[in-house]
Design a binder for this molecule. Structure first.
Ligand SMILES: *Cc1c(COP(=O)(O)O)cnc(C)c1O
Length: 619
């Protein structure tokens, strides 16, 4: 469902020839439309254009735009004398006639044919002459059958949620139910332009207002903006609101943002983008905010304190019992409290940040509220605030309904952000109801604690809170194990692939550890299957530690094992069977990784072009 993937597949299917044909047709349609208007003495103001041009209609622009709207076409009102028109590949002959009629141009189909040989109006320098999309993938799939099979081969390479749990801590990879997903492809939701006149979007606006009020209810805040496209953008919006609040109070010079050492990287980045100065607060040995250090930093920076950004439950996966005390101390020093709401899957229905001392939070609808994510979006990161910050929520210069007139401006291009995917969280909340949401939170916490208890026999659990319990995720500590055996978190993550599992989060927020979040979507059988894999891996590690397997020749170091490596020459100190089927249960549904171990960090540090060399195209 990722927008970038959809766009990429569009290019794969059409290829350079198809895209050029589409562009030619779009341009020709625009030229035909413009010529028809010119013939009636309506001046076209844009001298060279591709798909969009402006025309002058002395004093009649309002009439033209509303006549077009009455026949189902939106033109853009530039000013009282000017109308802008844009065509695309869906613009039909009938559409061209309708637009002409809106301008009072008496037109027939026949007339459309006469101007069809229109000469292009694109500036000479704008024509592309170089080749593009030269990779074979853009030339191979031209029928629905072959495209379908190509997509299937790609999905076969993936360990996705349709194959196993994705235990990525901090990411809340939960079920994206088909019932929730289906409506976003309905034309009623999918085919509306973000800048369509608001009166044409009454249904969307109702959905947006309902969702805002439900989220306010769930979080205990007073106002919500759905505009931010990611949690990190919600952070920026929240910090801009805090800046504006201090400024409105005449409280100038408050620019210090306190951030605990355990925080997610986006917190500090957002503070820097909001023009604040980051001051890090230490964590104690138990992973909690060090209250002594907090008080010292508050004393030092009180006059300049803008805010603290904390995460609750913390990124250590613990409900810090001092959270109310932290909020109060920051308020006493004149600062605002930002609670990062990415871990809301541990709170919904149980506790409300807006009522335990926070002033503002972002939520991640692509984590807690079921929008699929991974690979870069589309996310929705609403920012939720208490009443005193509500006047400073994002707004939009082209859509009054998008936010308060007193707001600091937009944080995203579209007035309501990724509105196209909002039916997903709407449906999730509507289907679950408050009781269902609360139950989901309870099950998510129970599942994490079940995993923590069962795994603790094999791997130490790094941080726990009151009663030895974790929140909705747990961190297992491999550092001592690595020291003793040489087996690293990477080795465990790669070996899990042989067992058919996606890796947990590696080395965040603590290097050398794995963070595991099961969510409420996984049943007991899947949790047990995961524990069985982890316990079996622990036994494998023991064989490396004892010297039974060498540090270089063992199934962990060589993981993951591709079918090709199993089928090829075999001179390893363990069997092929053990490499591919380490547990009997793996035989039921074996996942074969398409590649064996690669140097992941190398790829991050060096740009690697995977296109064929130019010589491959020589005829
Ligand atoms: C995911 C996450 C974020 C950032 O959210 P994005 O939607 O990825 O921008 C911030 N804080 C925490 C704790 C997170 O887990």
């Amino acid at each position: 469902m990722l927008l970038a993937v959809a766009a990429g597949m569009y290019a794969v299917y059409h290829g350079p020839g198809g895209l050029t044909d589409i562009a030619d047709r779009v341009h020709r349609t625009a030229v035909v439309l413009a010529n028809g208007l010119r013939r009636q003495g309506i001046p076209v103001l844009t001298t060279t254009f591709f798909d969009t041009f402006q025309v002058r209609v002395e004093g009649a622009a309002h009439d033209v735009v509303s006549r077009a709207a009455a026949s189902g076409i939106n033109l853009r009102l530039v000013d009282a004398d000017t109308v802008a028109i844009a065509c695309d590949e869906t613009t039909s002959r009938a559409d061209v006639l309708t637009v002409w009629q809106a301008f009072g141009v008496e037109a027939t189909d026949e007339r459309l044919d006469r101007v069809d040989d229109a000469t292009p109006e694109l500036a000479d320098a704008s024509w592309r002459t170089s080749t593009f999309l030269t990779h074979p993938v853009f030339h191979a799939y031209r029928s629905e059958t072959s495209m379908l099979r190509y997509l299937r081969t790609l999905s076969d390479k993936d360990v996705a949620l349709d194959r196993s749990m994705i235990p990525l801590g901090s990411c809340t990879m939960k079920l994206n139910a088909t019932t929730e997903m289906e409506p976003i492809s309905w034309p009623e939701f999918a085919d509306i332009h973000p800048f369509a006149p608001i009166e044409q979007a009454a249904g969307y606006l109702a959905l947006i207002r309902q969702l805002e009020s439900w989220l306010a209810d769930v979080t205990g805040y007073d106002a919500v903006s759905l505009q931010p496209n990611a949690g990190s953008q919600g952070e920026l919006a929240g910090l801009l609101a805090i800046n504006a609040f201090h400024a409105a109070n005449g409280d100038v010079g408050r620019n210090v943002c306190l951030i605990p050492a355990s925080a997610h990287g986006t917190n500090a980045a957002s503070a820097a983008m909001a023009g604040q100065r980051v001051v890090v607060v230490a964590c104690d040995d138990a992973g909690n905010i060090d209250l002594g250090d907090l008080r010292a930093k508050l004393d030092l920076h009180a006059a300049k304190l803008a805010a603290i950004m904390i995460t609750y439950p913390s990124t250590h996966g613990v409900f810090e019992s001092t959270v109310a005390e932290v909020c109060a101390a920051v308020h006493d020093a004149g600062g605002q409290v930002y609670v990062d709401g990415a871990n809301l899957n541990a709170l919904v229905g149980l506790a409300r940040p807006g009522r335990f001392g926070a002033d503002v939070s972002h939520l991640n609808l692509h984590k807690t509220f079921c929008i699929p994510h991974g690979g870069g979006g589309p996310g929705v990161g609403p920012v939720a605030v208490r009443a005193h910050l509500a006047p400073f929520l994002p707004n939009h210069p082209l859509a009054a309904e998008a936010g308060p007139a007193t707001g600091p401006g937009p944080v995203a291009g579209a007035p309501f952000g990724s509105a196209g995917v909002l039916p997903i969280p709407w449906a999730y909340i509507r289907l679950m109801g408050l009781d269902g949401l609360t139950r989901a939170t309870q099950v998510a916490i129970l599942s994490a604690n079940y995993l923590a208890r069962r795994l603790a026999a094999s791997y130490p659990v790094l941080y726990t809170g009151r009663g030895g319990l974790v929140a909705h995720e747990c961190i297992i500590d491999l550092r001592a194990i690595t020291k003793e055996s040489g087996v690293t978190v990477d080795d465990v993550a790669k070996r899990l692939i042989d067992y058919g599992f996606h890796a947990p989060t590696m080395s965040f927020p603590v290097a050398g550890t794995l963070m595991i979040e099961p969510t409420e979507s996984e049943g007991l059988d899947e949790l047990d299957r995961f524990v069985d894999a982890m316990v079996s891996i622990r036994a494998e590690i023991a064989k490396v530690a004892s010297g039974e397997w060498s540090r270089e020749d063992n199934p962990l170091h060589n993981a993951p094992h591709t079918a090709e490596s199993i089928a090829g020459a075999w001179d390893r100190g363990y069997s092929r069977d053990l490499a591919a089927y380490p547990l009997a249960s793996v035989r039921k549904a074996k996942y074969w990784p398409p590649v064996s171990r690669i140097d992941g960090a190398y790829g991050d540090r060096n740009l690697v072009c995977s296109c064929p060399a130019p010589s491959a195209y020589e005829s």
